[in-house]
Design a protein around this ligand. Structure first.
Ligand code: PAF
Length: 279
């Protein structure tokens, strides 16, 4: 595995791979790699000649008071997992290279970034879209992989790719869960054993919404009430949102239909956890 830190070096590598007619699969991450990331990488490995994965904890997608400084950093562990998963190029750029002095250009996906996580994390998706576009320009992938756990992020990136005519296929991969149902996330590392047990209620609440939907219930308010009850009965944590939205536009729906998504964010201890289920 080739470990690359410099942007210029990564650009030169992708340029030469393209010249040689090679296809590139790309998995951008913020590190603290878990099974969910490794699934994206394993799929990337199958889908192109060369697999590039990046680790960059992106400061512009964290708001003031969020966990940028405390976000888990485990370079050695990440490198180990990447090489075991068949990553060909591990790209670890530094913040000063991604955001050089005087940096002032941002990408905004104006509507999709407003609801759900965007409402409580203003500027978050602007930071995500900006860094993902920069990484795409540096790595020049043919195909890039994102987890469906970050459902809104996936929609924002797909929209950006369409709107800006980027030449990259975006693949959304299924959520990877622990045996308990808890969605895998780097932020699960913040949970105590007791919080981890409580956090199982998140996937249970979504499962109940889906069960009721599959049973024929369509009223979003009724579906959401059943999910909220599970969250409050198990004292899961402070609910940021639990909503049903159109799966593409993320507009709120009163009557749910197939393709909509039930999504939630709940603060469990110091971890703000998100999860969703597609109806
Ligand atoms: O999902 C993540 O880990 C990040 O938001 C991403 C896509 C790597 C951008 O920083």
């Amino acid at each position: 595995m080739n470990v690359v830190k410099g942007v210029a070096e990564m650009k030169a590598l992708s340029r030469s791979l393209k010249r040689d007619g090679k296809t590139i699969a790309f998995v951008p991450t913020m590190g603290a790699l878990h099974e969910g990331h490794l699934t994206l990488m394993a799929e990337g490995k199958k889908r192109a000649d060369v697999l590039v994965a990046s680790v960059f904890v992106n400061p512009t997608q964290f708001g003031p008071g969020e966990d940028y400084k405390k976000y888990t950093r485990d370079t050695e562990g990440d490198l180990d997992k990447m090489s075991q998963t068949g990553v060909d190029i591990a790209f670890f750029p530094g913040p000063e290279e991604i955001y050089p002095p005087g940096f002032q250009t941002y990408v905004e996906v104006t509507e999709l970034e407003k609801p759900l996580c965007g409402a409580s994390r203003p500027g978050h998706f602007r930071g995500v879209a900006t860094v993902v576009l920069k990484l795409f320009n540096i790595v020049r992938p043919d195909v890039a992989f994102f987890g469906r756990k970050d459902y809104q992020q996936l929609q924002v990136i797909k929209r950006m790719v369409r709107d800006l005519d980027l030449d990259v296929e975006i693949v959304g991969m299924p959520i990877v869960r622990e045996a308990s149902g808890l969605a895998m996330s780097s932020r699960n590392a913040y949970l105590s054993e007791e919080q981890r047990t409580r956090a199982v209620a998140l996937s249970k609440a979504l499962g109940e919404i889906k069960r009721k939907f599959d049973g024929g219930e369509r009223k979003a308010s009724v579906l959401l009430e059943s999910g909220k009850r599970i969250l409050s009965d198990s004292s899961a944590g402070e609910i940021d949102y639990l909503e049903i939205r159109n799966g593409d536009t993320l507009e709120e729906v009163m009557l749910a239909s197939p393709g909509d998504v039930a999504a939630l964010a709940v603060k469990v201890g110091r971890a703000r956890l998100i999860d969703n289920i597609e109806l």
